[in-house]
Design a protein around this ligand. Structure first.
Ligand code: AMP
Ligand code: MG
Length: 337
């Protein structure tokens, strides 16, 4: 199959393919999504096979506005309106109880709830509108690999397997949306993202807990998909705390290991001999934007034996960054042996 790359004046062509049941990847502010018409179960099934995604991992349904969710949702949490007004369009996915049979079990993983999001990307909102149906959109990568933040990443993983990619350059945020469960009494964060715990608490005026599995890293997660290892490049990754860079580099030199660095300009300047992917600046926003593309760049250059990656504090956006990095590094920090 030829994978076409569509520009903004070709959205109608991409929408026609989706209506016919083909798969088209789309840009969002977080990462690129692998789009299929959410109302065509046979198309949604292809999403799982193309990505190699386990079938019990439910998908996010992408909508153009809040009213589009009403056809599917059984009951809304009392805080829904406030949350939607504040955060949609944006990097916040909401879980609601759904009307029985309103969405295929292929979409929901057989759960009585489903995940919805209105992405903040004009091209993709037009794409959904022109398709005339909500689109499922897991990250448009091979399952287990870093999520794609450019159309080229999507092309690298899925060329020949999907009908098209709607191109909109690099994504702004760089990690997947926050997932907030609104199907129970207490709004609970199932996955950290750019809508942070602190921001949610400020707007809602209540404590918004993290799901237990995020705290202990070992509890059985509420969403089946969360048990899977994710975001791993082939090259092993070690997390480096700011104070440990010198020791870590010395250890690598002593052991003749070729190192890839994923770090801030300040640290990178000190170690020019290594393969480097440098974040745009020292902020957590820049690091988050560059995390997946950095892992991909260092991995695909295939020269490094090991990737050393910068650790940030575990709060605000740092919680999302560290959540993805810990998975990529299989929880391993550098510690001098
Ligand atoms: P992805 O499409 O890879 O960004 O992943 C979507 C995330 O949303 C996964 O972590 C899913 O487990 C989660 N998710 C989707 N639907 C539900 C649901 N009904 N209940 C809980 N989590 C969900
Ligand atoms: Mg994904």
């Amino acid at each position: 199959m030829e994978t076409k790359v569509f520009q903004s004046d070709q959205i109608n062509q991409a929408a026609a393919l989706l209506r016919q049941g083909e798969l088209v990847a789309f840009p969002t502010e977080t990462v690129y999504g692998l789009g299929a018409n959410a109302l065509l179960p046979e198309s949604v099934k292809q999403v799982f096979s193309v990505k190699g995604r386990p079938s019990d991992n439910p998908l996010i349904v992408h909508v153009t506005d809040f009213s589009m969710t009403k056809e599917y949702v059984e009951s809304y949490h009392p805080l829904t309106e406030k949350i939607v007004q504040h955060f949609w369009p944006g990097p916040l996915t909401l879980i609601f109880s759904i009307k029985t049979g309103s969405l295929s079990p292929v979409v929901t993983g057989g759960l009585s709830t489903a995940a919805f999001r209105m992405p903040d990307n004009k091209k993709t909102l037009s794409l959904i509108e022109e398709t005339g149906a909500p689109l499922v959109g897991p990250s448009a990568n091979t399952s287990g690999k870093p999520s794609p933040t450019t159309a080229l990443h999507v092309y690298h993983d899925l060329k020949g397997k999907i009908a098209g990619i709607l191109d909109d350059g690099a994504t702004q945020i760089g990690v997947e949306s926050t997932v907030l469960d609104l199907s129970g009494e207490v709004p609970t964060i199932l996955r950290p993202g750019a809508v942070t715990k602190e921001k949610l608490e400020e707007v809602l005026g209540i404590e918004v807990p993290l799901d237990k599995h995020l705290v202990t890293e070992s509890e059985t997660p509420k969403a089946p998909g969360m048990k899977y290892k994710h975001y791993s490049p082939d090259t092993p990754v070690l997390m480096i705390k700011p104070a440990d860079w010198k020791q870590a580099i010395a250890w690598a030199e002593m052991n003749n290991k070729k190192v890839g660095l994923l770090t801030t300009p300040k640290i990178a300047d000190q170690y020019r001999s290594a393969d480097r992917f440098v974040f745009a600046d020292d902020t957590i926003e820049a690091a988050t934007r560059g995390l997946f593309s950095g892992l991909r760049a260092l991995d695909e250059a295939q020269k490094a034996d090991i990737i050393f990656a910068e650790v940030f504090p575990d709060d605000h956006l740092g919680l999302a960054y560290m959540n993805r990095l810990k998975k990529a590094a299989a929880q391993n920090y550098f510690a001098e042996k």
